[in-house]
Design a protein around this ligand. Sequence first.
Ligand SMILES: Nc1nc2c(c(=O)[nH]1)N=C([C@H](O)[C@H](O)COP(=O)(O)OP(=O)(O)OP(=O)(O)O)CN2
Ligand SMILES: [Zn+2]
Length: 149
Amino acid sequence: MTSIRLTKEFRFEMAHALWNYDGLCRNLHGHSYILRVTVKGMPNADANHPKCGMVMDFGELKAIVKDEILDRLDHAILVSDRAPVNDIANLSQMAERLIVVDYQPTCENMLVDFAQRIAARLPERVMLHSLRLNETATSYAEWFAEDNG
Ligand SMILES: Nc1nc2c(c(=O)[nH]1)N=C([C@H](O)[C@H](O)COP(=O)(O)OP(=O)(O)OP(=O)(O)O)CN2
Ligand SMILES: [Zn+2]
């Protein structure tokens, strides 16, 4: 049996601010994030199964990422609970999707959060191999299961 890595790419638009940061990113600003999710497993070998030849259906992976990440974060504002969250919440309709997290919303911390959420939803015998999150065209962070075993 051969182990195969499967990757799907997702895109979402999100605003954030780095609380107490010593540079421009302390201001609310937005990014067009690109998230690449790679899973690993053996393709289904049952010739009678509709998913024969698949590690997992790309559609199933898409549904997980949509549920756990895109539906929450696309066009959202992500801020740390250490920031003045109530002031932002008072922006009323401009902050309908205000997501408050217990971490500084860097791409590194977002990946830790994403890895936990995605791994918990994968089918049996499919492992989360890695994640890559581009915050800008020139900046990205990566999470690898092998680094975090
Ligand atoms: N290690 C990290 N550093 C920074 C993060 C982060 O998530 N992890 N985030 C930011 C800002 O939010 C923003 O993404 C700025 O990134 P940067 O690459 O500095 O963006 P620029 O537009 O200045 O990049 P250039 O392409 O070089 O113009 C800051 N740091
Ligand atoms: Zn940023």
